[in-house]
Design a protein around this ligand. Structure first.
Ligand SMILES: Cc1cc2nc3c(=O)[nH]c(=O)nc-3n(C[C@H](O)[C@H](O)[C@H](O)COP(=O)(O)O)c2cc1C
Length: 220
């Protein structure tokens, strides 16, 4: 289940229980923010499509971390494990064959060239993740997709990887989630940086901002 459905980790076990092999929570921003005013979600029935202008509504790191911590501690206590000292031998989805991803975003008013929103996300939420996603491609946060250019993405991914290596014993894979609207140059830059920094994977893709001419609803 892709990011955006359970943005605040409110239904992880129910969603895993429905049969999803991977549930990705988020995007989570450091501070809580409301997102865009409603209406912000529009259905295009003839096209079997939607237009999403949520704008990263998020409870913020602290409540999401607390929900994930409670879930983990309850699971460990039920098995007479000590949440602080005992090691887990199954994924953080708490299911042998499934994964829990944590997708990290950035607050609307954080400076474009300040990568600490993601670094703090790794530090605070990484311990609950089987994999981490650096979302630099949501269409509704001003300046976010500029991070897909070579220099910013190189700095960002280097800092995020350093934070992962320094803080997280279980070293969850880091994936970067990109836009389907990248230019050829951006794609080449992203691929080069992913390889040189040693990022584990790429999620292709987030939502497009294009309005294909094939849309029956003629929306623009
Ligand atoms: C309502 C809605 C909210 C979304 N929120 C997020 C989000 O918070 N973070 C994110 O990385 N992607 C978000 N996405 C993008 C999806 O995770 C997914 O990448 C995108 O919808 C493309 O997949 P699809 O073609 O199967 O819809 C959202 C999508 C929708 C429709």
């Amino acid at each position: 289940l892709a990011a955006g459905y359970d943005k605040n980790a409110e239904a992880v076990d129910a969603l895993l229980g429905l049969g999803f092999g991977t549930v990705e929570i988020g995007s989570v921003t450091p501070l809580s923010q409301k997102g865009n005013p409603k209406p912000r979600f529009f259905r295009l029935p003839e096209d079997e499509a939607v237009i999403n202008r949520y704008g990263f509504n998020s409870d913020g790191h602290a409540p999401v971390a607390s929900r994930l911590q409670t879930r983990l501690r309850n699971w460990m206590r039920k098995r007479d494990l000590d949440p602080v000292n005992d090691e887990m031998d199954i994924p953080l989805s708490l299911n042998d064959t499934k994964l829990l991803g944590v997708n990290l975003g950035k607050n609307k008013y954080s400076a474009a060239d300040n990568h600490s929103d993601y670094v703090v996300g790794v530090e605070r939420l990484g311990q609950y993740a089987d994999y981490l996603v650096i979302n630099i491609s949501s269409p509704n946060t001003p300046g976010l997709r500029e991070l897909q250019r070579r220099e910013p993405i190189e700095q960002l991914l280097t800092q995020v990887k350093t934070a992962r290596d320094k803080n997280l014993k279980h070293a969850p894979p880091i994936l970067v989630k990109i836009s389907p609207d990248c230019s050829e140059t951006e794609l080449q830059d992203i691929a080069a940086v992913v390889q040189s920094v040693g990022i584990d994977g790429i999620i292709i893709s987030n939502t497009t901002i294009t309005r294909p001419s094939t849309l029956k609803s003629g929306i623009n």
